[in-house]
Design a binder for this molecule. Sequence first.
Ligand SMILES: [Zn+2]
Length: 452
Amino acid sequence: MNLVAFSLRTKGAHNFLRRLWTVFARFGLSEHRTARSLQTLVATLGQYGAYPTFFIPAVVLRRHVPLLRQIAASGAEIGIHGYVHNDYRSLTPQEQERQTRLAISVFRASQIPFAGFRNPYLGWTEEALEIFAALNFTYESNEAVIHDVIDLETLSPLLRSGYEKSLRLFQAVPPSIYDLRPHCEGHLVRLPTSIPDDEMLFDRLRITEPQRIAAIWSAVMARVYALGGLYALNLHPERALLCQAALRGLLDYATSQPEPVWIARLEDIARWWLERSRFRFEISPAGPQQWRVRLLSSARAQVQTRQLTVLERSPVEASKPPDTEDLEWQEWRIEAARCPAVALSPATPPAVRAFLQEQGYAVTQASPEEAANYSLFLDLPAGLGASPREQRAQRRRLVAQLEALSGPLLSFAPWPATYRAALAISSDIDSVTIQDFFLRIVEVARASHPQP
Ligand SMILES: [Zn+2]
């Protein structure tokens, strides 16, 4: 499907003509206009000590290597946004892999380092996740969390149906604690992204006043902050200047919360999540209602304690498991009514333990007879479930259950000390010039009928 057909299907002919007009208004024949937008985003974030993440299709990068090298040198992250700007859901797994490899080779030839992949139209597939992991990407950022911050009742039926169509296109999920935080699938970190993005606000909902946009983005930030999640805002560079005031509004809001918000590039967030996924608690009894806890973690770790008292903490020398040489052991003595860990039955498969540890919880194994000694005992012989969809539902349920648990529990906080939540400003550079915009139609058509 080419861009014209795609736009007509999702936006209607009327909207497509509006879009065509805005293309001429927002891009230029030279790189100048986009370069200014990218520099503005870098400079705006720089005022808050932060850097943005840009994603760009490889064929577009190839035409603008010096510009992107300059942007990367300013501290921004550059990630891959497809080989061409197409929807992986319309490609066979073999073709997804071929195009991902082509994109990697263009980035390598351009000497632009990359760690992440975001699909055009957030069109991720299960096969693509396997391909990204096999090709050693650190992360992907595709799962769209929809924040209910638009009052649909105020929209005309036409705008409302267009908005609902785009939610289906993006396979959006509601904002649960699990969905708002990163998670690992194998070695691949999955970083959620958030909608509505700038395109939905401007082009579909016709919301363009900076104050209103800042209020919508700040409302999303407030919810993400309350749940300790990640807000990955997506802002296309062609609207960066229009959204500059709104972006400042969001950044001011994020930096004025009682606890700090970590404003970071997606790559840094993914690397933190990998660091944190290796943290461990080891708990053993140390007398009546007392426990000896060994923690393996880095200096950035924050420990969350629920319904327990820490009596003593000391560093300790002990041998470390493989791949944890950069982490340090500590020993705590604590007082708690029950063991502050989730206990898993012997019949529960190791995948459940691995998932709960990655999510930061203290986990141990116990027999059903010992269940009463623990804050929570889980017997899940079916594990996380068979299909990826079932597994996601089960993980979502487990995190909700643990977060609502009333009882002693130790866990690692989702973010490095002393942050409460995370914010990443990401931007998909779909085109740099008007030529890129129209070449996209040809490139996507060509990539869907590859020459042998
Ligand atoms: Zn895009």
